[in-house]
Design a protein around this ligand. Structure first.
Ligand code: NAD
Length: 295
């Protein structure tokens, strides 16, 4: 059987960043406004520090202003809320991202809900969740947006497809299901309590796996020719005694059956920051009061 088309997330993310750079330049030229993104990091979590550094670097590369607020782990909730308020009131700052996880003494929900929904580039604020589900213009979570862009790179019109999302988190599963519905797919959400998951996945033309279980989705679960988008990022031991990254999909066996598949790494991963920048550019256009290239 023919091997699946490998969806090149690195290249598609670079294309998205190029589109963002064009939009950022347009907003400067036509409206005299340079889009700006602020990232708030509390504490010393090593993975978060790397994410924040990458975000800041890519923000500058697309021509936006970038601000990094690195606060010590012992910063109080009130101080974080005060910073969010300051950024909400700063007209030069169009997007605010508070890097999760926050230290335990800070209530993440309270902080995320304090962000002005129009500056909520992560799309986690309940107002944006509501706007997404009712079909209003919203800032949509980044990884789900990236997953849909990857699926549409294979098949630009997803209308009528049977889509199965595995996972129902607020960060990936639920928003990606909302986006698929908006694309006129018939959507099934499978999760930890779903019975006969294999049979459900077998019916799908499009599978989006966001579970966090290494290589859970087997080749025998995949309908021949289906598009498979693997959101999972799992670190597992490798043959050389070190660790390696694998997705939620057993890549080698699924690639033999699927029509198209994302690799891990190099699939959905690179799309997340690209879509964050896209959201920041969209937020800037919304705040200037002009049409965005993206929504
Ligand atoms: P989560 O733990 O919040 O949610 C996992 C979901 O999987 C839950 O809704 C649960 O119901 C479901 N689930 C658990 N066990 C299951 C089972 N046996 N069968 C079916 N469903 C089951 O995780 P998340 O934040 O949604 O992330 C999911 C994966 O995606 C993780 O590997 C994470 O690292 C990855 N992720 C990647 C990116 C990226 O940038 N590429 C971004 C976010 C998350």
């Amino acid at each position: 059987m023919a091997e699946a088309q490998i969806i090149d997330g690195k290249k598609i993310a670079a294309d998205v960043r190029a589109e963002v750079a064009t939009e950022v330049a347009r907003l400067v030229k036509e409206h005299g406004v340079k889009a700006g993104l602020a990232v708030v990091l509390v504490g010393e979590d090593p993975a978060s520090k790397v994410y924040v550094k990458n975000k800041a670097q890519q923000t500058v590369e697309v021509g936006m202003n970038s601000w990094e607020y690195k606060l010590p782990a012992e910063t109080s909730e009130a101080e974080v809320l005060a910073l969010v308020q300051k950024l909400n009131n700063d007209p030069a700052c169009h997007g605010i991202l508070v890097q999760l996880p926050l230290p335990k003494h800070i209530n993440s929900e309270k902080v995320l809900n304090a962000i002005n929904p129009d500056k909520d580039v992560d799309g986690f604020h309940p107002v944006n969740v509501g706007r997404l589900w009712v079909g209003e213009r919203a800032l949509v979570p980044c990884t789900p947006t990236g997953s849909i862009i990857l699926a549409k790179s294979v098949r630009p019109n997803l209308s009528g497809m049977d889509a199965v999302v595995i996972g129902r988190s607020n960060i990936v599963g639920k928003p990606v299901a909302a986006l698929l519905l908006r694309e006129n797919c018939t959507v099934t959400i499978a999760h930890s309590r779903t019975k006969n998951i294999e049979d459900i996945v077998k019916c799908a033309d499009l599978v989006i796996a966001a579970v966090g279980i290494p290589e859970m989705v087997k080749g025998s679960w995949i309908r021949p020719g289906a598009i498979v988008i693997d959101v999972g990022i799992n670190r597992v031991p490798s043959e050389n005694g070190k660790t390696k990254l694998v997705g939620d999909v057993a890549y080698d066996e699924c690639a033999k059956v699927a029509g198209a598949i994302t690799p891990v790494p190099g699939g959905v991963g690179p799309m997340t920051i690209a879509c964050l920048l896209r959201n920041a550019a969209q937020a800037a256009a919304m705040q200037i009061g002009v049409k965005s290239a993206f929504a």
